[in-house]
Design a protein around this ligand. Structure first.
Ligand code: SF4
Ligand code: SF4
Length: 184
């Protein structure tokens, strides 16, 4: 039987009316996740991206969610306060149909980790701290969830491995790993 458990869910509330398109959130996110940390910034490596169309006054920050191996079948469009958005604009997935939320060199999916780093803990996610207009607000909620068996969870390493196999094929990945192991 599946057991219910209390869990703290971290969320970032986005207020579109307050976003001015400055992209500070993208800069700080990519710098925080650079290796070494803060050594560079590149919005293409950010786990939050700004969907923007200045001529239509559209500024929509979206932060990266789960990896999706296939693109979805349908598309919708939404008109909100007279501005038009596609369903892709709101989607948080790293998926094959667009370049968002993919590490530019490797193509591996990027996912927001809420700036969790035991060696460099943050009182709030950095994109929230750097958003001086208040468009991003950090919230924690207690929710009840069904516990998922440990073996059913896909960790970051497994996810990356699956993506590499999708992209290059199992044999090439295994050959590369064997070469690396022989060198090391
Ligand atoms: S830092 Fe805030 S105002 Fe600037 S682009 Fe990001 S969400 Fe918008
Ligand atoms: S919470 Fe941290 S990891 Fe997530 S988008 Fe914001 S800066 Fe990036």
């Amino acid at each position: 039987m599946r057991e219910k458990q209390k869990k703290t869910v971290k969320t970032i509330k986005i207020d579109l009316d307050k976003c001015n398109g400055c992209r500070a959130c993208e800069v700080v996110c990519s710098a925080f996740h650079a290796k070494p940390k803060y050594s560079s910034n590149n919005p293409a490596r950010s786990r939050i991206r700004l969907i923007r169309d200045p001529l239509k006054d559209v500024y929509l920050p979206v932060y990266a969610g789960e990896y999706a191996p296939a693109e979805c079948a349908g598309r919708s469009s939404y008109v909100i306060d007279g501005k038009e958005y596609t369903s892709c604009s709101f989607c948080r997935a790293s998926c094959p149909s667009r370049d968002l939320f993919k590490e530019p060199d490797s193509g591996l999916p990027l996912k927001c980790d809420m700036c969790e780093d035991a060696d460099d803990p943050q009182k709030e996610p950095l994109c929230v701290q750097w958003c001086i207009t208040g468009a991003l607000t950090y919230e924690e909620q207690e929710v009840e969830v069904e516990e998922v068996a440990e073996e059913g969870k896909l960790g970051e390493v497994e996810l990356g491995f699956e993506k590499l196999v999708d992209k290059f094929g199992m044999q090439k990945v295994l050959d590369t790993m064997a070469r690396k192991l022989n060198k090391g």
